[in-house]
Structure formats: C-alpha cells, structure tokens
Ligand binder design. Structure first.
Ligand code: S3P
Length: 192
C-alpha cells in the first residue's frame, strides 16, 4: 500500500499523543505531508482562539481554564475532515477529551523513553508552563509514570525514540498501513 493508498483509507482524524518532547508536532507535520493530509496542532489552535500563548493562559487563568479551552478546541478539530492532529501532552489525560478522541479519531501514542524526552526538552528554551522552575527530569518522570498507562490505551503505539524524523515518520506510516491492511483483511475498524 502506498502512502496515497493509505491516505485514501483514512476516514477519520489521526490523533498523535504522548509526552512533551515526543515530537507530536514535528512528526505530525511530516506525516501529514507524506499522506497529503492537512495538519492541525491543538496547542497552536488554542493559542489562536485565546489570542495568547499557552504560557500566558496558564499564568493568567491557571491550568483548569487551559484544560477547558483545550477540550473545546479539540472537540471542534475532531469534527473536521480526516487530517493529522497533534495534541498537547496532557490532552488525552482529560477524561472527556480522551472519550471524544476515542469516539472520533484513530489515536497514536508516540512513545519515547525518559532519557530522550529529557534531552529533547532541555535542548529547547523552556516555554512549557508545567516545567518552569522544575527539575525537568523528575517532573517528566513523574508525568510519564502517571500518564504512560493512559497513553497506552491509545489505538496504536509507535516507538519514535532515536533516529531521524524521516525514520520515525516511516515507522508511523508502516504502523498505520499494517492497521489499514488488517482492516481490509479482517474487517477490523481502523481504531480497533
Ligand atoms: C502540556 C503539554 C504542552 C501544552 C501545555 C501542557 C502537558 O504541549 O499543551 O504546556 O500537560 O503535558 P506539548 O506536549 O506539545 O509540549
């Protein structure tokens, strides 16, 4: 199955989820390009809707208000035609958002080990409100411990640690293709 053939089989949004630093946006843009689909980034859409940065939303209104806005924006994005949607790291942890994603999308956990997450997050200037003033490793470790089992309930899991973006996108396409092939052979829906 070519990427174009795979894209033709995709009948609902493909949602990328996982920890901060997992590469949801970076890989999402590339995956969308490879499949000829539109890409949307939930965090960017939240910033657009609120007319302020995520850091400002946390600072001015707090995390609970951010999660409310996040839920509303993701609900809207999930009703758009099939596309690739990158979520912020905490979105799938929200019960209501997770239920919506389950109902309306194929969810893919971008799994990356702790050491690599720490290295990636530390390489970039830290604008992530949950990490400001924190011991980055300890905070990511704690988040991964609580969130990992929830991320693991996604429809698909792809190990995207190590290697280049191109390799990670190839693994994503391979996993989606295998699932699409299973759907054709065994009449399984794309989201199980
Ligand atoms: C968050 C992750 C961020 C952003 C917000 C909260 C989280 O997105 O949504 O800072 O709870 O893990 P990224 O995963 O894109 O960094």
């Amino acid at each position: 199955m070519t990427p174009a053939e795979l894209a033709a089989k995709i009948d609902k949004p493909i949602v990328l989820l996982g920890m901060m630093g997992a590469g949801k946006s970076a890989l999402g843009v590339r995956l969308a390009e490879a499949l000829g689909l539109h890409f949307a980034d939930a965090d960017a859409e939240i910033e657009k809707a609120a007319q302020m940065s995520i850091a400002e939303i946390f600072e001015k209104h707090g995390e609970a208000a951010f999660r409310d806005g996040e839920r509303r924006v993701i609900k809207r994005l999930l009703d758009a035609p099939p596309h690739i949607l990158a979520l912020g790291g905490g979105a799938f942890i929200d019960d209501e958002t997770r239920a919506l994603v389950r109902e309306k999308a194929v969810s893919v956990w971008l799994d990356v080990g702790l050491d690599e997450l720490v290295a990636r997050v530390e390489r970039k200037p830290n604008k992530r409100p949950l990490l400001i003033g924190q011991d980055v490793r300890a905070k990511l470790e704690a988040l991964l411990a609580t969130r990992g089992p929830i991320y693991a309930t996604a429809d698909l899991r792809v190990d995207v640690g190590g290697g280049s973006h191109e390799e990670a996108v190839a693994r994503l396409i391979e996993t989606l293709t295998a699932r699409a092939a299973a759907v054709i052979d065994k009449t399984e829906p794309l989201d199980k």
